[in-house]
Design a protein around this ligand. Structure first.
Ligand code: ADP
Length: 398
């Protein structure tokens, strides 16, 4: 069966067509600047040329119409008609406490997703727009929603509660939710397969280090803690997000800089993280690594602080699970960053971690990067959120 996987943002839309039998991506692409002047669609069939077309996309329905047109195009398309698309899998950012699992999309489900809009005001409305557009253009094709938060719904109360007045939880559902769940689930399962061990018997820590970054603790196949919270701003230092800070800094900055709350939140989300910490050197780890090799103090400070924070979370989660069998690195930096992996693992001697320096130089592959006598196994495992969404979609529509 062909599964169309859609990740719909407010002005962009990423898509992949995946054949569920071979689990291969047969075409993928991206619509950008939806509803803005200069919109364009990038489309590439597997093994074929990437084509970029600038064309008006006043709304998401038009964007999805163009995606379907590209997929069925006589010359470069990968299917003859829309009938060959068996189902659509939608990535949905926030499922609140309503969704602990993926689900077939119905009118009731759409209403429940809308009720979570408050928790992700930028993302959930965009996800719903994508669902509505598909509904219009492919009526009758089953759709599945796969939630970024669902995998973390198994966290115990002591991991998800904040030390705030309880009425805020009761009234507004303010608690920790966590994100990147599809990736943490995929990578932890894959690690168990690679180790040839039962998922249900393992204590695994996953470090998803991309532009956004989070760590999770997966005990006996269930997530027991993760570093992102009510929103993706909590936890690790990220590309441009600050991660954990003293909340009193917000008031302090408001007075010092004369900024209002929206302006401060914009600084915390867009100008902080490794970009801010490196004094605007870069949010891209390739630049930071190059700087580190050249002894640039901005790059050194940034990478050391970044890796120290990752190591602290690993320590916290080893404590939360009373031990750890495997630590996985994934996403852009986790898969391709030997230096970050080395600096993080440098803190893990107490877990019996020893790195295999040669294996650690590998990039973008599934590889055990610890030595055979390392007490805790360390692996790099490329994530594949689209494949995980396609698998969930097939599981539910079959
Ligand atoms: P997202 O999906 O959250 O946008 P990614 O998982 O693509 O993020 O990760 C982006 C990060 O990965 C960037 O900081 C980039 O520098 C880093 N990255 C990608 N490729 C490499 C590489 N070859 N070496 C080091 N870092 C890399």
């Amino acid at each position: 069966m062909n599964i169309l996987v859609i990740n719909c943002g407010s002005s962009s839309l990423k898509f992949q067509m995946i054949n569920s039998e071979t689990e291969q991506c047969i075409a993928k692409g991206l619509c950008e600047r939806i509803g803005i002047e200069g919109s364009m669609i990038t489309y590439a069939p597997a093994g074929g040329e990437k084509e970029k077309t600038v064309t008006p996309m006043p709304d998401h329905t038009e964007a999805i119409r163009l995606v379907l047109e590209a997929l069925t195009n006589e010359k470069t398309g990968v299917v003859k008609s829309l009938d060959e698309i068996g189902a659509v899998g939608h990535r949905i950012v926030h499922g609140g406490e309503k969704f602990a699992e993926s689900t077939i999309i119905t009118d009731e489900v759409m209403a429940a997703i809308e009720e979570c809009n408050d928790l992700a005001p930028l993302h959930n409305p965009a996800n719903l727009i994508g669902i509505n557009a598909c509904k219009k253009l492919m009526p009758g094709t089953p759709m599945v929603g796969v939630f970024d938060t669902a995998f973390h719904q198994t966290m115990p109360e002591e991991a998800y509660m904040y030390g705030l007045p309880y009425e805020y939880y009761k009234n507004y559902k303010i608690r920790r939710y966590g994100f990147h769940g599809t990736s943490h689930s995929y990578v932890s399962k894959r690690a168990a397969e690679l180790l040839g061990r039962k998922y249900e018997d393992l204590k695994i820590i996953v470090c998803h280090l991309g532009n956004g970054a989070s760590v999770s603790a997966v005990k006996n196949g269930k997530c027991v803690d993760t570093s992102m919270g009510l929103t993706p701003l909590e936890g690790l230092i990220m590309g441009t997000r600050c991660g954990d800070i003293d909340p009193a800094i917000i008031e302090f900055l408001a007075h010092k800089e004369g900024k209002n709350i929206d302006e401060i939140m914009s600084v915390l989300n867009k100008k902080s993280g490794v970009l801010g910490l490196s004094d605007n050197l870069s949010s891209d780890f390739r630049d930071l690594e190059a700087g580190y090799e050249k002894n640039d103090p901005n790059a050194i400070r940034t990478l050391k602080t970044y890796c120290y924070r990752v190591a602290k979370y690993i320590g916290a989660y080893a404590a939360a699970m009373n031990g750890v069998d495997a630590i996985c690195f994934t996403a852009g930096i986790g898969e391709n960053g030997p230096l970050v992996r080395t600096l993080v693992c440098g803190y893990l001697g107490y877990l019996g971690v020893t790195l295999d320096e040669e294996a650690n130089q590998k990039k973008g592959e599934e590889v055990v990067i610890s030595t055979s006598d390392s007490t805790t196994t360390v692996l790099a495992v490329p994530t594949n959120e689209e494949l995980a969404i396609a698998r969930e979609t097939v599981r539910l529509v079959k």
